[in-house]
Write a protein that binds this ligand. Structure first.
Ligand code: SAH
Ligand code: SF4
Ligand code: F3S
Length: 452
């Protein structure tokens, strides 16, 4: 008999992470519990990503591993969701006997009910792969009394951009904006329950409202409405496509105190020739001018980006343009990847694929620069005082300071560890902290004021 004990494995972007968090809460509300270890679980859920080649192969090998791990057991149910599920669909049923549910992006909302049924009806298999016409509103998100100090709110589904290399429009479907009223309601409810830091989430938040599902509210309008919620200390949003960022959004960085001075603005390449082939619809001059306007509005703004190295036809010269523009702008962090052919995309058909070794060498050069620069930025923060919003107790164990070490984030989203002598519960509190030391990926600080 299938037990109501589950284990979720999540791959891919923040949207998948957010979907998995929702699914956990929805399953808990239906009497399922999260297993302490994978071995103890009866229901396995894989929330998958297909943006690059490797994560897709990971799904197949993971399904194989689950099969081996649970050999001889008849109480195992596997569900595959997310972007690979949307693509492969019922194909999983043929390859893996244990897989009895596949669900895509829009199927997620009904996955908890489906799992409820599948646990009882052991011969059944179900697929939830259709794209719905409307933004699929989900059942009540939070049932408990407490919420974390920081969290995400989804504002749209899908993407209409069809960048030449990208599979997302195929796996997540057309862009569907959520109603601004629902977004505002959810944010207000979360802040009332204690959330102080919200990140609005979508593949291209800047084009919020600009689809047939929009209710007349633009992203700038939504941003101001959410920023107005009393008690919301920090507001962020991700991801921004440079072609769609409106001047009103740029200006908001200067006029709204609770919009955090950090923006993820995927550049992808610093070569106009490559950007054109990618179908990104901006050139480097436009990208630079957006950056200039942003920094004029908010001088302490930190920028982060996504970079693809080795797009078909990329020459050493194109790559150097990318590296040099990144250095000129000074990204605080980059998510950089080797180009990976995705089935059915325009880039897949392009000639002049870049040799894997060449691509890897370029990626290493880029990442070496970025690692060094990120460290430099973190070192530059030593001596400054930052407001830290605490998430909970620190997972670092190398501190021998007395008392408890807490971890939280500064306004840029950087991880900061602080040892505090008293035993007060700091989760959800803001505290002025003087930064005393920079590690490779995080900061250490000491109390420099009273919490609020
Ligand atoms: N909507 C976001 C990106 C979502 S995908 C945006 O447009 O900015 C996240 C990142 O994965 C992309 O920014 C891109 O850098 C990378 N990516 C997407 N497809 C890829 C591919 N085929 N090969 C390598 N990297 C890819
Ligand atoms: Fe992919 Fe481009 Fe859409 Fe981003 S904007 S998800 S890179 S198609
Ligand atoms: Fe991956 Fe799908 Fe996100 S392909 S990056 S999980 S939208």
């Amino acid at each position: 008999m299938i037990q109501r004990s589950f284990h979720i494995m999540t791959f891919g972007c923040q949207m998948n992470a957010n979907d998995s968090d929702w699914l956990k809460r929805a399953l808990n509300a239906r009497g399922f519990t999260e297993a302490a270890t994978a071995e103890e679980a009866s229901v396995f859920i894989l929330n998958t990503c297909s943006v690059r080649e490797k994560p897709e192969q990971k799904v197949y090998s993971l399904l194989g591993r689950i099969q081996n791990m649970t050999k001889g057991r008849d109480d195992v149910l596997v569900a595959v969701g997310g972007c690979v599920a949307q693509q492969v669909g019922r194909g999983f049923f043929n390859r893996f006997k244990q897989v009895r549910l596949v669900f895509g992006t829009d199927g997620l909302a009904s996955a908890p009910q489906a799992l409820d049924r599948l646990v009882e009806e052991e011969q059944l298999r179900m697929s939830l792969l259709d794209f719905s016409d409307e933004y699929p509103e989900k059942e009540q998100e939070w049932t408990g009394d407490t919420v974390p100090s920081a969290g995400f709110v989804n504002i749209m589904q899908g993407c209409d951009n069809y960048c030449a290399y990208c599979i997302v429009p195929y796996t997540r479907g057309r862009q569907k904006s959520r109603s601004s009223v629902s977004v505002l309601e959810e944010c207000t409810r979360l802040v009332e329950r204690g959330m102080r830091d919200i990140t609005l989430l979508g593949q291209n938040v800047n084009s919020f409202g600009q689809d047939s599902h929009g209710d007349g509210t633009s992203f700038a309008g939504l941003l101001h409405q959410v920023a107005d919620i009393p008690g919301l200390e920090r507001l962020r949003f991700v991801t921004s496509h440079p072609k769609d960022i409106a001047d009103e959004v740029i200006e908001a960085f200067g006029t709204r105190a609770n919009i955090c001075p950090r923006l993820h603005l995927p550049m992808q390449s610093g070569s106009d020739r490559i950007l054109k082939m990618m179908g990104r619809k901006y050139d480097t001059a436009r990208y630079r001018s957006i950056v200039d306007k942003l920094r004029a509005a908010r001088p302490d703004l930190q920028l982060t980006t996504d970079i693809i190295v080795g797009f078909p036809g990329e020459t050493e010269e194109d790559f150097l343009q990318t590296l040099h523009l990144a250095q000129e702008i000074g990204f605080a962090q980059s998510f950089s990847f080797n180009y990976s052919d995705r089935p059915g995309t325009r880039a897949e058909m392009l000639p002049d694929k870049v040799d894997k070794a060449v691509m890897q060498e370029r990626l290493m050069r880029y990442q070496d620069w970025q690692a060094e620069y990120t460290e430099q930025i973190l070192h530059g923060m030593v001596g400054s005082t930052q407001a830290i919003l605490f998430e909970g107790m620190s997972k670092r164990s190398d501190s021998d300071a007395p008392g408890t070490t807490w971890q939280g984030r500064d306004v840029y989203g950087q991880l900061v560890h602080v040892s505090l002598p008293e035993d007060n519960d700091m989760a959800g509190k803001l505290l002025p902290v003087r930064i005393t030391e920079a590690k490779k990926h995080s900061l250490i600080g000491e109390k420099a004021g009273e919490p609020w």
